[in-house]
Design a protein around this ligand. Structure first.
Ligand SMILES: O=C([O-])CC(=O)C(=O)O
Ligand SMILES: [Mg+2]
Length: 232
């Protein structure tokens, strides 16, 4: 095997994955906000799901490739296992698709949780009906190249974000976020605290609207932190 083809990383504990699955990528981004990590771990906003309903949280397995070459992606799929998302740095190459419904079907068959690709895919209809979360820049019908070698399970820079094999990666309707494995616990706790705040704030907003419509006197809708910043 090529020296740049490495084994799958250690899988993230299932209890972390379960907690992450209850959070949106926006919640997770809030959990990442205070860490000094390139763009808070959020991939380029053009990396979107082929179907808005798709979402996932999984352990990242990585591929690095270029110029529409999908040979290393093939190899990574056939050595993959359930519980991983395949994260492919295709350097945003526009002139070929990297994969289509056959390769995504194979990804699903081996138990991959998702495919995230900095590049383009094809076979839109087939991809939607396979229902495996696929996140990419968009569609290009031209066939992939087959060249190699590329790299498997080495650190990558994918769509503006550093991804180490074994990191937590999650995607939903808003896009894709990567949480470095050493920060998972802290980020989940911060994100969960933010959700608790948002639930309280949503109630306050609904209450305010109800009172206003009923013609009742109401205190200001501004949250405390806004008042404090204005009165500084
Ligand atoms: O032909 C290819 O290499 C890519 C493709 O369309 C598929 O995976 O369905
Ligand atoms: Mg095809």
């Amino acid at each position: 095997m090529n020296e740049n083809y490495l084994k799958l990383p250690q899988k993230i504990d299932e209890h972390f994955i379960e907690r992450a699955k209850k959070l949106s990528t926006a919640n997770l981004a809030d959990g990442m906000a205070s860490l000094s990590i390139r763009r808070g771990g959020c991939m380029d906003p053009e990396i979107l799901a082929v179907d808005e309903k798709m979402r996932f949280c999984a352990t990242a397995a990585t591929v690095e490739t270029e110029d529409g070459d999908n040979l290393p992606i093939h190899i990574a799929i056939y050595q993959a296992e359930p519980g991983y998302a395949l994260v492919v740095d295709g350097k945003g190459y526009r002139d070929r698709a990297y994969m289509g419904d056959l390769m995504v079907g194979a990804s699903k068959a081996v138990g991959l949780e998702a495919v995230v690709l900095d590049g383009y895919v094809r076979d839109k209809e087939g991809l939607k009906s396979l229902n495996l979360p696929v996140f990419a820049r968009g569609y290009m019908q031209r066939s992939p190249a087959k060249k190699g070698p590329g790299k498997i399970n080495t650190p990558i820079l994918c769509a503006g974000v550093e991804v180490f094999p074994g990191d937590l990666i999650c995607g939903d309707y808003d896009g894709v976020i990567v949480i470095p494995k050493e920060h998972i616990e802290k980020v989940l706790k911060k994100a969960e605290d933010k959700v608790a705040y948002e639930e309280k704030r949503t109630k306050a907003i609904e209450e305010y609207e109800k009172n206003r419509l009923e013609g009742k006197e109401t205190a200001s809708l501004a949250p405390q932190w806004v008042s404090e910043m204005i009165n500084k």
